[in-house]
Design a protein around this ligand. Structure first.
Ligand SMILES: [Zn+2]
Length: 106
């Protein structure tokens, strides 16, 4: 891009850098917004599991595995029931009323 003088060139590049910085900050803000903590231990990056009941459970790798193998701890089951109510994954066929795992897959 041809510039008439150094001042015009400086103005152009300052403007360019400012816009680039704004785009970078915006992208970082969007990334932070996508960060989802685990429902059970606040682990920073959780997978969102959308269950057949339409619940969006946020679970870290360890808790996702525990959920899939029906081997969550009692207090974890109670916490998920508190957050999501009745859901297939924490159904009373897999866990007792007080959260004890009845059919863990081992
Ligand atoms: Zn977790």
């Amino acid at each position: 891009m041809p510039f008439k003088n150094k001042e015009k060139a400086k103005e152009y590049f300052d403007n360019y850098n400012q816009k680039r910085n704004e785009k970078t900050k915006k992208a970082l803000r969007e990334m932070e917004a996508k960060e989802r903590k685990c429902d059970l231990d606040n682990f920073k990056y959780a997978t969102v599991l959308i269950t057949s009941e339409g619940n969006e459970m946020h679970l870290c790798p360890n808790h996702l595995i525990a959920l899939a193998t029906r081997s969550l701890e009692k207090h974890e089951v109670l916490k998920l029931r508190e957050l999501y109510g009745d859901d297939y994954w924490i159904y009373d066929m897999f866990y007792s009323d007080d959260g004890e795992a009845i059919q863990p897959v081992c």
